[in-house]
Design a protein around this ligand. Structure first.
Ligand SMILES: Nc1ncnc2c1ncn2[C@@H]1O[C@H](COP(=O)(O)OP(=O)(O)OP(=O)(O)O)[C@@H](O)[C@H]1O
Ligand SMILES: Nc1ncnc2c1ncn2[C@@H]1O[C@H](COP(=O)(O)OP(=O)(O)OP(=O)(O)O)[C@@H](O)[C@H]1O
Ligand SMILES: [Mg+2]
Ligand SMILES: [Mg+2]
Lengths: 251, 251
């Protein structure tokens, strides 16, 4: 049963890309066929998976109907882990605000046709609520929301959940929030402990048991274009994402 | 001579809001009249300045012509530090991708008329290159680019500078990059030291001498809706932003 999961939070720098890439790597290592779809014009997930110069065409061209899905998906260096990037044109389109998302289900349609055979499709979302995020929310069955437990975290989460509700009514309860993930957890900070506690009180069913600790290995791995499993499988970051993958597989 | 400075970087979570709010506070403390314009639909700068429930109308209504600039600017709790927020409607507009920025100079025009009397107008930009960022780039004389020296930092910067060049040609060299600011500097991380060094080599004239250290006091201050000067003027974060203000005033 294929699962299309959007890794989503309009707040910037909370670990969406780090979570997409490393959760995908851990699911692939556990035997699941994974496709990462990089919906961010900044293409951080593409770089973090070591894909250096993809062809110019990507999701954008698939949505515009000029290229076929299968022609643009690339294998990464790891088994069962493939990537489809947004396309070089995405950044320019975002600037001109020409959304081509008068068809918000365009990505959903493309995935239905093109992404057969994957157990998991993970959508790395940009930090905004614009048209790219809308495409993701119309394509996903569920959401994982990374939350960095520092300032503004709870506001951003409330805002996301408020945005989600009308869409869920329209789409019959979909996408459901599969889980809220505490990321970059710094155990030395009192503020962080307070926020995690508050988060678990407000959303007892959604907050993952797994918490991803702050771990420089996660930055280093991405800089080298490797998943954390490839870079340092004994690091605290790797342990965290392996645990998350287990929790996701069990849910 | 009024200065309109956009605090801008399409990468998320690099310290744009923290820099806007605290640089404004330090400039105000140094006797300059400052206006913070919060262009992010998530209104983090508004919250970080302790402005709890502004009237629904904001920048959006000024651009739509339904409200006057002067009617919507609010005083903060600190002398010479005022705020104009984006407006409650901004988040919804971003979702519907109805940019109303077929007039990219709309904000520039509004500021020319409405922001007389301020020495500094600081524009807190959202983490995207969509229409809100475009409005900011057409309104600003200069840019401060906060850069968190971790993964993807240099890519994001190159991308921003590449975007800027055609606009600078069109606008006669404006906005110029007034400075690149290393934020959330964690002296324990080798990766960070390498990136800062690389940054200074690539952009010797633009990188500020001041580096803002990682300091939990900056998060705590924002959570309480206070500038770092009000919350903890002896903190390393406060010392950093005071130094930055001096560098900005001298440049
Ligand atoms: N657990 C962690 N420990 C240390 N650093 C981390 C961790 N998770 C992410 N990072 C680093 O923090 C920065 C932001 O993470 P990331 O790019 O994954 O966030 P994002 O939400 O995708 O950002 P954006 O909103 O710009 O897309 C990156 O430099 C990343 O390497
Ligand atoms: N020097 C610092 N030390 C510690 N924490 C910091 C520092 N600067 C910013 N932060 C914290 O890091 C997080 C991101 O900072 P901030 O919101 O200013 O970034 P941003 O670029 O405005 O994010 P966005 O792209 O979402 O607008 C916030 O929780 C903030 O309190
Ligand atoms: Mg990302
Ligand atoms: Mg911000």
């Amino acid at each position: 049963m294929q699962q299309i999961v959007a890794i989503s939070n309009q707040k910037g720098g909370v670990g969406k890309t780090t979570t997409t890439v490393n959760l995908a790597a851990c699911l692939a290592a556990a035997g699941r066929r994974c496709l990462v779809v990089d919906l961010d014009p900044q293409a951080n997930a593409t770089r973090a998976l070591g894909v250096d110069k993809p062809a110019d065409a990507g999701v954008l061209e698939i949505l515009q109907g000029t290229h076929a899905f299968g022609a643009l998906v690339v294998r990464t260096a790891w088994e069962r882990l493939d990537l489809l990037w947004g396309g070089a044109g995405l950044a320019e389109i975002e600037r001109r605000a020409v959304p081509l998302a008068d068809r918000p289900t365009a990505l959903a349609t493309a995935l239905t046709a093109g992404a057969l055979g994957y157990d998991f499709v993970l959508l790395d979302c940009p930090p905004s609520q614009g048209w790219l995020a809308t495409l993701a929310l119309h394509a996903a069955d569920s959401l994982i929301v990374p939350v960095q437990c520092e300032t503004f975290a709870l506001d951003a989460l409330d805002h996301l959940l408020a945005t989600l509700r009308p869409l869920q009514s329209e789409r019959g309860g979909v996408p459901r929030v599969r889980g809220i993930l505490c990321t970059m957890f710094d155990h030395e900070l009192a503020l962080t402990h307070d926020l995690v506690r508050e988060l678990r009180q407000r959303h007892p069913r959604e907050v993952f048991q797994t918490v991803i600790p702050r771990d420089i290995a996660l930055c280093e791995a991405a800089t080298l274009g490797q998943s954390i499993l490839a870079y340092d499988p004994t690091s605290r970051g790797a342990v965290g994402y392996v645990r998350l993958a287990k929790e996701v597989l069990a849910s």
